[in-house]
Design a protein around this ligand. Structure first.
Ligand SMILES: [Zn+2]
Length: 426
């Protein structure tokens, strides 16, 4: 006996009534609502335990549910300890248990000297290993040098796991001018596209040499798209994601001192943004995920507006769907595209067989979405622990009316999320 969610009228106007024998309850969507699969966001920084004042499992998963996201995979850094061994992964699970509104899985992390701990992380259920090739922003998660990256990729290949890469090259960043003061242009010059291109070229070369699966996180630099496309044509096991802010925002529009727009890699120019849309259209970028990376407002240094000093990260797990839909719609994309980029694509990346699709055998993770409705972003309506957002005041298209996790409405009074582990999920 379960809950059945049906659509009485499709968008084409063709009358349709779906029923399921034996369901305890029938829910009929409104005429302006469509049913989407619950979204899967494989790039969320929850920060608990250790930096729970930045973001925690209760607030992050409530925001996700309100935004139509029913599964998140948590990043291994910004929590303390970082998720770089099996004990740290167990600590994450213990922190999350009993307070999650959506299903939660965990990426492991690889730092210098930790290759020997990847197997235990893998066996404990980590979905793959995140690495940095430049400063991560927190001292307890240092970057890998090129030999370190090769050793991690070789071990991941042996385990049949996946390496997910923050692809900015330390040497290129080190040679760039430093970000100084309030000017966004100065910050942008400090994180040139060449840093991404160099790092991604190295990852592709090592994916070929070691046979490892590699995934490029938060691709921002359009200059690297051709490299990814060529590698895939040649059979390298390389995938890529981008994020709502790279698809929606543009450097030319960012006011000086507006550090709520700071993230790494940075939001680039309008022309670059259009090339990212083309790469999505061409299927070179597989996923759109939030990179929800919050911090207390004080760390954004809005008083001084200094881009060099501010924490780099944008909180957007609750807004990812309407932000992307608002941009996708006028570019001629459909909700099927959204479902592929934000549900099936990330589910496939993480190997979540029962997630990201409305299909027999999959979890009944569902979203009632009103694509033609709109709203103005009011920070007080966000469930993120910290509500500073670059989208404040923006008019967005697409309203998440209701979200269900395994057929039950979320967020709910009793947190119904489950902990997911690689291989056992879905
Ligand atoms: Zn991130």
């Amino acid at each position: 006996m379960g809950r059945w969610v049906g659509a009485r009228s499709s968008r084409s106007g063709r009358a349709r009534e779906d029923t399921a024998g034996g369901a305890a309850e029938t829910i009929v969507l409104g005429d302006d609502e469509v049913l989407l699969p619950g979204l899967v966001d494989t790039h969320v920084h929850v920060n608990e335990p250790g930096r729970t004042d930045w973001e925690g499992f209760a607030s992050a998963t409530r925001a996700a549910a309100a935004g139509g996201i029913t599964t998140i995979i948590d990043m291994p850094l910004n929590s303390i300890p970082p998720t770089t061994d099996a004990g740290a992964l167990r600590a994450k699970r213990e922190s999350a248990a009993g307070q999650i509104q959506v299903d939660v899985g965990f990426w492991g992390g690889a730092v210098p000297g930790s290759t020997g701990r990847l197997r235990e992380l893998h066996e404990e259920g980590a979905f793959g290993f995140k690495v940095f090739l430049a400063d991560s922003g927190v001292p307890e998660f240092p970057p890998l040098d090129p030999p370190g990256l090769e050793s991690v990729m070789a071990e991941a290949a042996a385990l049949g796991s996946l390496v997910i890469v923050h692809a900015e090259d330390a040497a290129v960043l080190g040679a760039a001018p430093r970000s100084a003061g309030r000017g966004y242009g100065s910050f942008l010059r400090s994180r040139p596209a060449a840093a991404e291109v160099t790092a991604i070229a190295r990852v592709i070369e090592l994916a070929r040499r070691t046979g490892a699966r590699a995934h490029v996180l938060h691709l921002s630099a359009a200059d690297a798209i051709g490299l990814v496309a060529a590698a895939r044509r040649d059979g390298a096991r390389v995938t890529a994601e981008t994020c709502p802010h790279y698809l929606a925002l543009a450097a030319e529009d960012i006011p000086d001192g507006a550090t709520q727009f700071k993230c790494c890699p940075p939001i680039r120019e309008r022309a670059n943004r259009e090339q990212l849309w083309q790469a999505l259209r061409d299927g070179i970028i597989d996923c759109v995920v939030s990179d929800h990376s919050p911090c207390p407002a004080a760390l954004k240094r809005l008083d001084a507006g200094d881009f060099g000093a501010a924490w780099g990260g944008i909180s957007s797990v609750q807004l990812a769907l309407p932000v992307v839909w608002t941009q996708a719609r006028p570019r001629g994309h459909s909700l099927q595209d959204i479902a592929r980029w934000m549900a099936a694509g990330p589910a496939d990346l993480a190997g979540l067989a029962g997630k990201g699709r409305i299909a027999p055998g999959c979890d009944a993770d569902l979203v009632a979405f009103a694509p033609e409705d709109s709203f103005t972003v009011a920070p007080e309506g966000l469930h993120h622990r910290h509500r500073l957002t670059p989208y404040a005041g923006q008019r967005l298209h697409g309203v998440v009316r209701r979200t269900w996790l395994r057929g039950a409405p979320v967020p709910g009074a009793r947190p119904a999320g489950r902990l997911l582990a690689r291989g056992a999920a879905g």
